[in-house]
Design a protein around this ligand. Structure first.
Ligand code: ZN
Length: 168
């Protein structure tokens, strides 16, 4: 269901209006109270007063949404066909003394990358050019994807590239 989004050039920037029909269909209009849950990348507006049965219906609907999103992620990664790069995430093998990280104001858990400097026969170590990789994904979530046959190697690639995998 699409919610009308307004991008009027006011000071508020991007705003949204929930159509009245949606408020009626969801029972929020009748309950006359709503609860807004601000999540990292979405907003959930719940009917502010619910019976036990209504609450169960809400829980099941949110689970369905969660399943739908997991399917979208799985589709973006595809099924693993022995790609050879599906490996369990490991902590970075590059170990740098913490005092050197401090000198550059880098956090002790900073992701690091190493590059060979052929001319000077040196190995240069610096902050990774990406923000996230498999080490940021909770173990149980990764196991669920692996058990479903999702290509973890591709997921690693998508995480590092930061490409859009949902929507346009
Ligand atoms: Zn794979």
């Amino acid at each position: 269901m699409k919610v009308k989004a307004s991008t009027e050039k006011k000071k508020q920037g991007f705003g949204m209006t929930i159509p009245e029909s949606v408020m009626v269909e969801t029972g929020i209009a009748e309950a006359k109270c709503a609860e807004l849950h601000r999540l990292k990348h979405c907003v959930a507006v719940l009917q502010g007063k619910m019976t036990a049965y209504e609450l169960i219906e809400t829980i099941r609907d949110i689970n369905k949404l969660s399943e739908f999103l997991t399917v979208q992620l799985s589709k973006a990664c595809g099924t693993c066909d022995d790609c050879g790069s599906c490996v369990q995430p490991q902590e970075s093998k590059i170990k740098v003394p913490p005092e050197l990280l401090d000198e550059l104001n880098l956090p002790h858990n900073a992701k690091l990358e190493a590059y060979p400097d052929q001319d000077n026969r040196l190995i240069l170590v610096g902050p990774a050019s990406y923000e996230h990789d498999l080490t940021d994904i909770p173990e149980d979530f990764l196991k669920m994807l692996t058990d479903a046959g999702v290509c973890i190697g591709k997921l690693q690639e998508l995480l590092m590239l930061e490409d859009t995998v949902y929507g346009r």
